[in-house]
Ligand binder design. Structure first.
Ligand code: ZN
Length: 219
């Protein structure tokens, strides 16, 4: 089984990816990790990508596509994978389809995580991070023992500018606008799966399993 994961920042993609890995043994491929790995290891593609990133430019599709293609040929992807952060555009989606056709593979489902803006804003505005070591806290669920100070290093705990409610709203609107063409594209192919991820991971996984059964992808 091969999936694509779609979800706004704060929609809980990481948790769903972990659960899908446990349930179905799917390998999680995040393009963020892929970029960091290629740049860190100074691969040819990593160096090309870095030149664009350093200039503040977007990495062209052909470089991103080549990185994904290389990763998908790794052994751990043979039993199934889930892509996170790719494709972002219709040309990337078409390139993915072409590369999978060459190896007789396909995307079985595109999981689109739905969480209301209000819930995402609450989740994200609860987030605090240690200025010194980067440890993360949630005021509601995982507060530091000592107010405003890190449990690990005693550094000062702050809210990132990106996590302020106004900034989060802007990020969510941008995400929705950029992702809509992809959502429509996969809906048109009949493989879009809309999953409510507001009620916890157990509920989200039940919806995924029910939909996979109804489509005869799993028994
Ligand atoms: Zn710390």
């Amino acid at each position: 089984m091969n999936f694509i994961l779609l979800g706004a920042p704060g929609s809980g993609k990481g948790t769903v990816a972990e659960a899908l890995n446990k349930s179905f043994g799917l390998t999680h491929i995040s393009t963020g990790d892929l970029f960091r790995m290629n740049i860190g290891n100074c691969t040819e593609l990593g160096q090309k990508a870095k030149a664009f990133i350093d200039k503040g430019d977007l990495v062209p599709d052909d470089i991103t596509v080549a990185m994904v293609k290389g990763r998908l040929s790794d052994k751990d992807c043979l039993s199934g994978f889930m892509l996170d952060g790719f494709p972002r555009t219709i040309p990337q989606a078409e390139a993915l389809e072409t590369m999978l056709q060459l190896t007789g593979q396909k995307i079985d489902a595109v999981i689109n995580l739905q969480v209301s803006d209000a819930v995402i804003i609450r989740r994200i505005s609860d987030r605090r991070v240690c200025k010194e070591c980067g440890a993360t806290y949630s005021i509601s669920f995982n507060p530091p023992l000592k107010e405003d100070h890190c449990d690990v290093c005693d550094g000062l705990i702050v809210q990132r500018a990106d996590d302020m409610p106004d900034t989060v709203l802007t990020r969510l609107a941008t995400y929705a606008r950029k992702t809509k063409p992809l959502v429509d594209y996969y809906a048109g192919k009949g493989i879009l799966m809309t999953v409510d991820n507001e009620m916890g991971i157990g509920f989200a996984m039940r919806q995924i399993q029910d939909e996979l059964k109804s489509k005869n992808i799993i028994n």
